[in-house]
Design a protein around this ligand. Sequence first.
Ligand code: NAP
Length: 366
Amino acid sequence: MDKIPVGILGATGMVGQQYIALLADHPWFEVRFVAASPRSAGKTYRELVAGRWHHAKTGGPGTDSLVVEDANDVSRAAAARKRGELSFVFSALEMEKETVKALEEAYAAAGVPVISNAAANRWTEDVPVLIAEVNPHHASVIPFQQKARQWDRGFIAVKPNCSIQSYTTPLWALMQAGYEVRRLAVTTMQAVSGAGYPGVPGLNVIDNVVPYIGGEEEKSEREPLKIFGAVKNGVIENAAFPVISAHCNRVPVSDGHTACVSLEFGAKKPSVEEVKRIWESFSGEPQALNLPMAPSRPIIVREEPDRPQPRKDRERDKAMAVTVGRIRPCPLFDLRFVGLSHNTVRGAAGGGILNAELLKAKGYLS
Ligand code: NAP
């Protein structure tokens, strides 16, 4: 089949580069439009990322020679869409929240669907915050979103914060198996690439742990409740549980966010062996649909006492799997475990691509 032409807003950044790398050989999508700040507009992609490209191989001649647009000028994308050179965009912009919100809405209003990594629209009640294995049914709010805003083809669908990826899918698997999760204490150890490029200065993080990431604990405590929520009357109603307490730390790791989790179940409590069985056998809609970016197993259980580790486990299954280990009883709550996921792949560009594949397969991206 002819590949679908897609665009990337924020293509020059940490997440944008990951999109370019992951889409270089994608069977369905081809990058034909790239945009960044006004500082970058008019230059070729190759020129702009020279000296700050993060991957072993480039996106290839197709993307290297693209001329970067100003992401603030929506008319360029609208014109590309009319010429049949753009179907939808991935948004990986790092700008002031209200500016990103308005900009993403302007793209959608111009008939260009937005699959976003930015936080700006995560709390808009008719915008789904998708983890493809967890809440694919939340995509059903998209027609209501379009109708409420009189958008014919455009819409906005977003991904959650990268810090919650390493435990949200395991929690969902337990809930699906009939075990209510009431309370959760989580401590994250988050990679430097999570702060974008150039991100955290080396001297602040080498030989150090920074016990603060602006806004991250609030996102970690709230976003899972929307993801676990229910669709009612065209909007998403948040779940009441679990109550989450989060500590988010920046650590000197290049890629891969780790989370140490203690959780309390409702009245029904699984054994450690039952938890492992649930996680090892968990599968979602992306696996049933055999989507190109889907990991064959969304959750990988490690039995070794010293795993998961970022360097050894973050690349597993296209860097799209969540790896869990150290599953054991908790003297304060019921169960403890450690989760790990690749923040710029599963937690950002790879997760965004999987969401786009899911929306395409479900008929939302015409
Ligand atoms: P980044 O490396 O700082 O890249 C930011 C991008 O935004 C660049 O392409 C930059 O273009 C563009 N930009 C900056 N100011 C702009 C402006 N005024 N107008 C238009 N474009 C502008 O950030 P990142 O880490 O890739 O993050 C991108 C988004 O993904 C953020 O919303 C972030 O919260 C989210 N996210 C990041 C991660 C992660 O692990 N890094 C994970 C999940 C979600 P120039 O190169 O021209 O400046």
